[in-house]
Design a binder for this molecule. Structure first.
Ligand SMILES: *Cc1c(COP(=O)(O)O)cnc(C)c1O
Length: 386
């Protein structure tokens, strides 16, 4: 058994990253300086989007996108329950109501048919989540959005560098949000961004990021002097620092390599579990290239004796930092108090009982992957029904 704990995700920081941060620390601007724009340029290159706005974290990015989309009291926004709570929380921040649409049982992404079933005359937007880094069925989702005149905000926290039918995530829906938390595809410590091709959304995002304040002479209602600025809407301080942005620039230089590693390791898992009784692999849609933020193994509970908890704890005993992504959002006590009830999304609820996220990050070695595979197979082997 291995001595050290293998986490499910971990950052990769090298000397280049450290040098980039040190350079900013020695410069004139720790925040609101020139490196923010450099980072945003790089995000535009990676995603192909026309505009990018760096923010303090992925949750702020979701909040800003919901604000720019005009979500307000009384509006309904359809999203997946199989996500981090922040996705739905952003709708609540704006006074809107998150409406959960069930997932596809094989890809675990939001099911377009279920989106349609949840549309009412209050529905304003859809927030598909590219869960684990695998793009949602965006053709279907964009078709529904067009038909019902809804905005699409993609939660791309897992999916920087992923693509759908040759299009990069970040360049499909009305807006796409990203997170740069240490476990995410690239990190800035804490950090986030929104990409869009819409100038109006872009300008709203900029205002929202910094108190609702503008100094742009074209936008000011008056001109009282060169010191003059105006707060035009109620915004927040959701700015990213230049220290973070410098780390982000350096990290983005390595994104292709990170993705290559993740894809290589995911393939090792996929190949190893292909004919392994008792486990089910995540199906990948054709014409999509996942960012493989997570490798989620599904236990086939019809074929093994104990529940997920037993398998999970055994893997932890073997020093494997398995995790569960996610508890359906509306299971949380806060959402239960709002009136959401269990039974809302049966596929997501069923999946939740069965999933285990295996370690997957670029800094792992092939030996780490082989160790995880060996342990999973041994443990499942003991518990398989005969
Ligand atoms: C990480 C994550 C977020 C939130 O991002 P933060 O940077 O942690 O605020 C939102 N949605 C999903 C799907 C995430 O994984």
């Amino acid at each position: 058994m291995r001595e050290d704990f293998l986490p499910y995700g971990r950052q990769w920081i090298d000397d280049e990253d450290i040098a980039a941060v040190v350079e900013v620390l020695k410069s004139d601007y720790l925040t609101t300086g020139p490196v923010i724009a450099q980072f945003e340029e790089k995000l535009k290159e990676v995603t192909g989007a026309q505009y990018a706005v760096a923010l303090s974290n992925g949750t702020a990015a979701l909040h800003a996108a919901c604000f720019a989309a005009g979500i307000k009291e009384g509006d309904e926004v359809i999203t997946s329950p199989m996500t981090f709570a922040a996705t739905a929380n952003a709708v609540l921040y704006c006074g809107g109501k998150p409406v959960f649409a069930d997932i596809c049982p094989d890809t675990y992404n939001i099911n377009p048919e279920e989106i349609k079933r949840k549309i009412t005359d209050k529905t304003k937007a859809i927030i598909p989540v590219h869960y684990t880094g695998q793009p949602c069925d965006m053709d279907e989702i964009m078709k529904i959005a067009e038909e019902y005149n809804l905005l699409v905000i993609e939660d791309g926290a897992h999916a920087l560098g992923a693509s759908y039918k040759g299009k990069m995530i970040g360049n499909i829906g009305d807006m796409t949000t990203f997170s740069f938390h240490p476990v995410k595809p690239v990190t800035t410590g804490e950090g986030g961004a929104v990409t869009t091709n819409n100038k109006d959304f872009y300008e709203k995002l900029l205002l929202f990021r910094s108190h609702g304040i503008t100094r742009d002479a074209d936008k000011l209602l008056k001109d009282e002097g060169t010191w003059y600025y105006e707060q035009q809407i109620l915004g927040y301080n959701y700015r990213m620092t230049d220290i973070q942005a410098a780390l982000g620039c350096s990290q983005l230089n390595k994104l292709d390599y990170f993705l290559e590693k993740r894809r290589e390791y995911a393939k090792l898992y996929n190949d190893a579990f292909k004919d392994c009784e008792g486990v089910i692999r995540p199906r990948q849609l054709p014409d999509t290239l996942s960012g493989w933020h997570l490798y989620v193994l599904q236990l086939d509970l019809d074929k093994i004796r104990p529940d997920r908890r037993v398998i999970f704890d055994e893997l932890r005993i073997h020093n494997i930092g398995v995790n569960v992504h996610y508890i359906p959002v509306y299971y949380h006590p806060y959402y239960q108090k709002l009136g959401y009830q269990r039974g809302l999304c049966p596929e997501a609820e069923k999946l939740y009982e069965r999933i285990i996220s295996l370690p997957l990050f670029p800094k792992m070695t092939k030996e780490d992957i082989m160790y995880v595979i060996k342990c999973v197979k041994e443990i499942i082997g003991v518990y398989i029904k005969r």
